[in-house]
Design a protein around this ligand. Sequence first.
Ligand code: FAD
Ligand code: NAI
Length: 468
Amino acid sequence: MDFDVIVIGSGPGGYVAAIRAAQLGKKVAIIEKYDVLGGTCLNVGCIPSKTLLDSSEHYHNAAYHFAEHGIKINTPKVDLKTMIGRKNDVVTKMNNGVEFLMKKNKIKVFNGFGSFVDKNTVKIAKNDGSEEQIKGTNIIIATGSKPMILPFMNYDGKRIITSTEALNLSEIPKNLLVIGAGVIGAELGSVYARLGSKVTFIEFAGGMIPTMDATLGKELQKVLKKQHGAEFNFNTKVTNISNTGKEVEVTAENSKGETVTFSGDYCLVSIGRRAYTDNLNLDAVGITPNKRGMIEVNDHTLETSVPGIYAIGDIIRGAMLAHKAEEEGVLVAETIVGQKPHIHYNLIPGVVYTWPEVASVGATEEELKASGRAYKKGQFPYKALGRAVASGDTDGLVKVLADKETDEVLGVHIIGARAADMIAEGVTAMEFRASAEDLGRISHAHPTYMEAVKEAALAATDNRSIHS
Ligand code: FAD
Ligand code: NAI
């Protein structure tokens, strides 16, 4: 064999698997079809979207909030070209970082399209037209996902766009129609709403970010309406999108079965992502993706039906999140060397990087109700928090859910400033199976946003929040 481990795909799942396998003494190769490493997350996902979220938030604060802090400036203007250019620079820095890590860990990088020849052989179709075959004892498929687009959505990449194009627009849309008020819709809708677009959400489900605890979606909707005048159309199923040349028209069916239409200059389609296994030649090894296009794996080892071939990240079941893919990369590398790692999938946090941020771990209140498990709830509003009042970020709340009998924390749900970082406390508490009282008895520095977690935990313990 040429390598102990061959990884196909260099996203957060693939490159982390490669590094961990190299750390464990394995000879590793990674194959990436693009010239740059880092996958969706680094190139057209997490990093560029957070960069634009940060830039647009700076603009929005300068335009609307500096004055209330007693800072007077001339009316700020958006220079979209510079903003997008800075985003590209950030991505390039991170690309170079991953390349450095590959060198540091002596991982052999192949740029080209990987496909199976047999269970130990991968063909690489290189970008210069040449081909090479390499052999490996273990192969990890980490080929990720692509935006989902339905045929009637008439995607053209110009006016009817996905997140990929939305990260590279050359003008700010006047009227942005957002199909799907899930994570991408909420984040990229926020970017353009802050920069001045009128944003209209058209969503199939009954509320925003519908897979999260319903309290969060309701609060986020309220804030986006208040901050930016965003409009929401729930229980509305899009049936057609067309670019008429002058504008984009969306036809949908509302909850009463009536046909409704919307028009705008751009339409962002953010209705989910599909697993990407195109042209991998999985037939050659006898792997057939399931109905959802995903590769089936053994829940404990992430091995496919073929011994020695593993799959991780967005191409397998579970949340399509970078940190979930990373944990799986580590798990597979450690499994290959005979260790017995484990992932608590229930404790993978989910974050939406709007402002206020939204973050969640564990069971939602809706899930607990549906399962019939008796639970207690403690909630604490940001407006009662000294730090939030000081900064002016008083929108939001923390909700802690705990078992009614044992007091074990079952879920933590936050919407508010810095929720993305705060959720780590909920994850840690749940990893160690803490009770709400444990959380409530831990000293939290004052004045911090984190005090809201303590207060919500105290409220869940025995309704003994001090400040509400
Ligand atoms: P990917 O990152 O998709 O990487 C797969 C790689 O494999 C790609 O580089 C692809 O080119 C390569 N590849 C595919 N087929 C082949 C082949 N045959 N040969 C060679 N190479 C191949 N997640 C978060 O946790 N936090 C966020 O803030 C976040 N923000 C996001 C924002 C946006 C706009 C989007 C679209 C996604 C976001 N995500 C976020 C999701 C995150 O990007 C994915 O969950 C993550 O990238 C999945 O990692 P992966 O390694 O499974 O696959
Ligand atoms: P999503 O699953 O979060 O949201 C898609 C939304 O579209 C759903 O609410 C769904 O009800 C709606 N929808 C589906 N079909 C529709 C139709 N015909 N008409 C109207 N609405 C329709 O998917 P999204 O936002 O595209 O993101 C894809 C994935 O990328 C997410 O699952 C997430 O895991 C990942 N991601 C993560 C981020 C983060 O962690 N901060 C940021 C961005 C993406």
